[in-house]
Design a protein around this ligand. Structure first.
Ligand code: SER
Length: 874
């Protein structure tokens, strides 16, 4: 057992490999942006894949690091285990050392042995090594070099042979791979060790005999056809889970008892008033779930992935909601909790993963908002599950109900599955998927276009888009058809060679004209359908000639193009000013303006907007050329291209570069030749559109000039109305002050006037059946004044009924006040009288309380009659 802290243990690893000539590199982001096969980094070697395959030359031959990894989706799906046991995690740190074509098995094994036994001082007799026994079916020999090396270091009965499953490591279906040797440690007490030798428990899922380090010797590339191709060089890839190592070195039987998690656990105890006892109870599981999940949530968000409803974002949302459900149900805590853990976590990792501390406010806000959202529906959702569990005792919860929980209450299917399984139920996942599909189909049907069959005039395809360079084209009609959408008829036309840009990447489809031999038809939109570019028209001539002339509306196109190019400048400026978590979430680009949605939690402040505008306008003034290249995707990504969401790219992509150090984006849109053509840029609005997503609208080119002109015109009018003062703001403030003063004076005067009226009214009292009655028509300027007069009567009279009416600019207003004592004694109800007696007379309506009610109406001719009527009620 050591007294080293987790931080010291991590540092000792890095120091050790630095002393062996390794470069210490930072962890790659835990979120993977450009790998369609993997959402999150799941092994330390992910970021070095290309060095192993020989696609890239490594800048250093020896590297070591600690890598943030996440294993909840894809090949290793551990989420359900996490917290239930004491050693599975969602996020974990993988310590690793690498040789890129440099040292190999001998040194790797020697050094791992030296580190474990001499630096960490793990007793040698507790360690076991596994060695690959070879695989005849794939013609891979046994690892004789590794075996020979281990024989030098360790007793022979501590060497265990393993097959391909345990001792041949593969990254995934394809990619770098090779035999490996694992080091296992037996943490059982001596008495147990004496009974059963540790070697019998290696790789047998024993909680105390565990693998701590895997040394992989990368020698092959697994190809798509499953064959193994030897690599041009051999490499070392090792991985040691820090959490397990710390547990072993600190002599704990649970990862959660180490100082990696104890800080979070005691914070949760402080917040909830509960105590962690390390047991198997639901309460203890909840503590472990929180201690584990908070790390995955915090670091994925810090690395730029927001919780969402799809892909990597949904993985995070699922982890977060699982955590919420655990504290809600088992720690009996019904407020947002996770976000309170964030500062402590950021502090703990300040020196190893500083990205969390750097974005602490942002990450905390995102998590808080997510928690609030889910807490709003969790209670109803849990009650619904309870009912379902009762209704479906011991069997299966139908897919329809699981879908309702997902759609209405935000319960991810795995959370429902988990809760159901706690009560011995299953959920019908297939039927759930079918319900999801149905919803998608319904959405599709709602936007359905009724189309007749295509009339094919020529098979002379494929369609060619020439609109990057041409705005006019003399070409052939390949096909057309009649369509009906939203009750309107129209046509779709496909041309062989078209200058019309089809809507995509946020840019609207081109409009313009097609000239059918002197018969010109307007094109109102252009869209893509598979490989076809479709021009939309309202009519078509009866005769379609062989050759037509297609012309894009160049004015609209030019204005739209300006907004597309400036969107790229804006995107880069947003990332500069707000941070690299800013990712495009949607956009619209047309001739009038641009709209850009992006991930960001806080309001963009006026200062930030000014900075963003300044950066974009500087780039415009720099007049940099807009360079457009068609490149293989990999090369484009090397240039640092920002891939846009939701777009499909082929192998060759179009890259739009506006200063290679400023903006490089994959984009199929139309663009200006140089940024100077954009003229000027102005943000016109900023707002929230969804949780964690902001929207800016902006204009450029002539639209920006027009916008500024309009604003200036308004300003000029305002100045003129203020008689062109030197300082407009001061002039406005002066008027505001004057108006406030006048208002005060007016109120004062009105109050005095009301005092006068009240004194007159008090003289007109009559006593009817023991009640003081006042009824009169008064002259006031508002219904409020009437109400006030009635209300204030209680300060002057005891048992009273007062009815006041006024003719305010031809319209009647009535108020009735009744002393509370009279309401109680006589059951009078001013509100009822207003509705039943007054409203018909004034031809209007009103209402209120028993002691005070008012009415307004259209007919002021019968006010005396009305007063008489109320008087009769007494
Ligand atoms: N790639 C191996 C693993 O993930 C060793 O780093 O286990």
């Amino acid at each position: 057992m050591t007294h080293m802290t987790a931080a010291e243990i991590r540092q000792a690893f890095l120091d050790f490999f630095r002393s062996k000539g390794h470069e210490i590199v930072p962890s790659a982001p835990i979120v993977l942006k450009n790998d369609p096969t993997l959402l999150f980094t799941n092994a330390g070697m992910n970021q070095f894949k290309d060095y192993f395959l020989g696609n890239k030359t490594a800048p250093w031959k020896r590297v070591a690091d600690t890598q943030k990894c996440l294993r909840v989706s894809g090949k290793h799906n551990d989420l359900e285990e996490v917290g239930v046991d004491t050693y599975h995690h969602t996020m974990f740190e993988m310590l690793g050392n690498w040789s890129f074509g440099d040292y190999f098995k001998k040194e790797a094994i020697e050094w791992s042995w030296e580190l474990l036994t001499e630096v960490y001082k793990i007793p040698k007799d507790r360690l076991y090594a596994t060695v690959f026994e070879g695989d005849a079916s794939e013609n891979i020999p046994a690892s004789t070099i590794a075996l020979a090396k281990w024989k030098e270091l360790i007793a022979e009965d501590h060497i265990v042979f393993g097959n391909k499953k345990d001792n041949f490591w593969e990254m995934g279906e394809t990619g770098p791979c090779g035999p490996c040797t694992e080091i296992h440690v037996d943490c059982r007490p001596d008495s147990e060790r004496a009974l059963i030798p540790g070697r019998d428990l290696v790789n047998k899922d024993h909680p105390q005999v565990i693998e701590i380090w895997n040394n992989v010797f990368i020698q092959f590339n697994r190809k798509k056809d499953r064959s193994l191709e030897p690599l041009p060089a051999t490499h070392v890839d090792t991985g040691m889970g820090l959490e397990r190592l710390v547990r072993v070195l600190q002599g704990k039987s649970s990862n959660y008892d180490t100082d990696i998690f104890s800080g979070t656990i005691s914070k949760v105890a402080d917040i909830t008033g509960k105590k962690y006892d390390g047991s198997d109870t639901k309460e203890a599981v909840a503590f472990r779930v929180l201690a584990d999940h908070i790390r995955a949530i915090a670091f994925t968000i810090a690395d730029g992935q927001l919780p969402s409803n799809t892909g990597a974002g949904y993985v995070i949302r699922r982890i977060l909601r699982r955590a919420v459900r655990y504290y809600y149900t088992y720690l009996d805590y019904q407020q947002p909790l996770l976000h309170q853990l964030m500062p402590g976590l950021a502090k703990q990792f300040e020196y190893v993963f500083p990205e969390l501390q750097q974005q602490i406010d942002f990450v905390t806000k995102v998590v808080h908002k997510e928690e609030e959202d889910f807490l709003r529906t969790i209670d109803k959702g849990l009650k619904r599950i309870d009912t379902l569990i009762k209704d479906n005792q011991g069997s299966v919860i139908p897919g329809k109900e699981v879908f309702e929980l997902y759609d209405t209450y935000g319960f991810p299917v795995d959370l429902t599955t988990l809760i159901a399984s706690e009560q011995g139920l299953k959920v019908d996942e297939e039927a759930f998927k079918a319900e999801m599909q149905k919803q998608k189909d319904r959405a599709k049907a709602a936007s359905k276009v009724d189309a007749e069959d295509w009339v094919v005039l020529s098979e002379n395809g494929p369609v060619k888009f020439v609109g990057y360079t041409e705005l006019e084209s003399t070409t052939e009609v390949l096909r057309y058809r009649k369509v009906k959408a939203k009750g309107k008829e129209g046509y779709q036309v496909v041309l062989k060679e078209t200058p019309f840009y089809a809507e995509s990447g946020g840019q609207v489809g081109d409009r313009g004209w097609i000239d059918f031999d002197g018969n010109t038809v307007e094109v109102i939109d252009t869209k893509k359908e598979n490989d076809l570019i479709i021009q939309f028209t309202e009519q078509l001539p009866d005769e379609i000639p062989t050759t037509v002339k297609a012309t894009v509306n160049s004015d609209l196109r030019a204005k739209t193009t300006v907004h597309h190019s400036v969107t790229h400048l804006l995107h880069a400026a947003l990332r500069n000013i707000l941070g690299t978590h800013v990712a495009q979430k949607g956009s619209l680009v047309n001739e009038h303006y641009l709209r850009f949605d992006f991930s960001h939690i806080a309001k963009v402040t006026d200062e930030e907007i000014a900075q963003i505008e300044a950066i974009v306008n500087n780039k415009i003034r720099e007049n940099v050329p807009v360079v457009i290249k068609e490149l293989p995707k990999e090369e484009a990504l090397k240039l640092g291209a920002m891939a846009l969401f939701g777009e499909k790219y082929g192998d060759v992509v179009r890259v739009v570069i506006m200063d290679p150090n400023y903006s490089v984006e994959l984009c199929g849109g139309t663009h200006v030749g140089r940024t100077g053509e954009l003229g000027f840029f102005k943000i016109t609005s900023e707002a929230a559109v969804a949780a964690g997503v902001r929207r800016v609208e902006a204009v450029s080119g002539k639209a920006a000039a027009d916008f500024v002109q309009d604003e200036l015109k308004q300003l000029k009018t305002i100045k003129e109305q203020f008689k062109n003062p030197k300082d407009l703001v001061k002039a406005i403030e002066a008027v505001q002050q004057e108006s406030a003063d006048l208002k005060k004076k007016l109120e004062h005067l009105e109050n005095r006037m009301l005092v006068g009226i009240r004194n007159e009214l008090l003289k007109k009292d009559e006593i009817i059946n023991g009640i003081t009655f006042i009824g009169d028509i008064v002259e006031v300027s508002s219904a409020d004044a009437l109400k006030k007069l009635c209300f204030d009567m209680k300060n002057n009279l005891n048992d009273y009924v007062i009815v006041l009416a006024a003719n305010i600019g031809g319209k009647p207003a009535v108020a009735i006040g009744i002393a509370d004592t009279v309401v109680a004694a006589k059951q009078f109800d001013a509100g009822k009288w207003i509705k039943e007696l007054v409203a018909p007379i004034v031809k209007g309506g009103g209402g209120g309380q028993k002691n005070l009610a008012t009415a307004g109406g259209q007919d002021a001719s019968n006010l005396p009659k009305l007063i008489e009527l109320i008087k009769q009620q007494l």
